[in-house]
Design a protein around this ligand. Structure first.
Ligand code: BG6
Length: 296
């Protein structure tokens, strides 16, 4: 079943019990529950859901720029992480698939859209390109898949980043590891953006962490593991960077929409295409997809 709610959210529940909730503000997935009711995503208790600020948690969509925009670039006038996460998207509809006779295999896909004419005048002035975004959120008993298609509807090419800013809920961040990034080069944003080489096969989070791993083969899933067992496995298509972020205590305190102690129960692992700007020619389209498998 799919419900469109008065509070600006769309939710879907499978016959097998899994559910997902997407806020039209940012097309932000704000809840993903397994059949037993276990929430998989972190949303801050202080998150603002009235559309006055990007939602602190869930899966914000980052487009067309990741991080603070570079100076002297087409995105320079945009806020950090662009406008997609703080624009009102439209719900385009749902499609479901049921394998014959087996309700437990039913999946549901929710589609959301954002285009140039829907963003605020302020954003349009800051980034005056003709674009269309279609974001598809597919829930199945085994996974949550989210896929962003970027269309250039104009004649002029534009530069863009895409990133899917997953906030995962974890029992204890000090006990997890992020695997399959060994030997990758990363930019350490907490150490003057130095380029470093990852040595660990399971990256531990023991303090403020803000790293962008580069050239990560999308064919190799990245996992969040606990005691050697995966809590989440993230497969990707078209997304060859992975950002790992935890603000830790000091930065948590500086964020008005994040509880001081909440950093202990979350980690962001964010597939993206942010190493450099991708260029999309007029009339062309680009797509990036992640498939997240939980511990079942
Ligand atoms: C991460 C960035 O993706 O998002 C961090 O790597 C940033 O540098 C974090 O602090 C949160 O950003 P924001 O704009 O949602 O506070």
């Amino acid at each position: 079943t799919v419900n469109i709610n008065d509070n600006g959210t769309v939710d879907a529940k499978l016959p097998s019990g899994e559910s997902v909730t997407v806020h039209l503000f940012g097309a932000t997935v704000i809840s993903w529950k397994l059949a037993n009711g276990a929430e998989q995503l972190f949303v801050s208790s202080k998150a603002i859901l009235d559309g006055s600020k990007a939602i602190r948690g869930g899966i914000p969509v980052v487009f067309p720029v990741f991080g603070p925009p570079p100076p002297d670039h087409a995105t320079s006038k945009l806020p950090q992480h662009g406008f997609a996460r703080s624009s009102n998207w439209e719900f385009l509809g749902k499609s479901s698939s049921e394998s014959l006779g087996d309700k437990a295999d039913t999946t549901v896909k929710l589609d959301f859209g954002l285009s140039s004419s829907m963003i605020t005048e302020e954003f349009r002035k800051a980034w005056p390109y003709e674009f269309g975004l279609v974001y598809s959120v597919t829930l199945s008993p085994e996974s949550l898949e989210t896929s962003l298609q970027v269309q250039n509807k104009g004649t002029e090419s534009f530069d863009f980043h895409v990133l899917l800013h997953n906030y995962f809920k974890v029992p204890d961040v000090t006990k997890i590891g992020v695997t399959n990034l060994q030997n990758k080069t990363y930019i350490d944003k907490v150490d003057n953006k130095q380029e470093k080489q990852e040595t660990s096969d399971a990256i531990a989070i023991t303090g403020e962490t803000d790293r962008v791993y580069l050239d990560v083969d999308p064919a190799t899933p990245v996992s969040v593991v606990e005691n050697g067992k995966p809590l989440f496995t993230i497969a990707r298509e078209g997304l060859n960077t992975v950002t790992v972020w935890n603000p830790w205590l000091e930065n948590a305190k500086k964020m008005s929409d994040f509880g001081d102690e909440e950093y202990k129960g979350m980690v962001c692992v964010e597939p993206g295409a942010v190493k450099s700007f991708s260029v999309l020619e007029g009339g062309d389209a680009w797509e990036g997809t992640q498939t997240i498998r939980p511990r079942l």
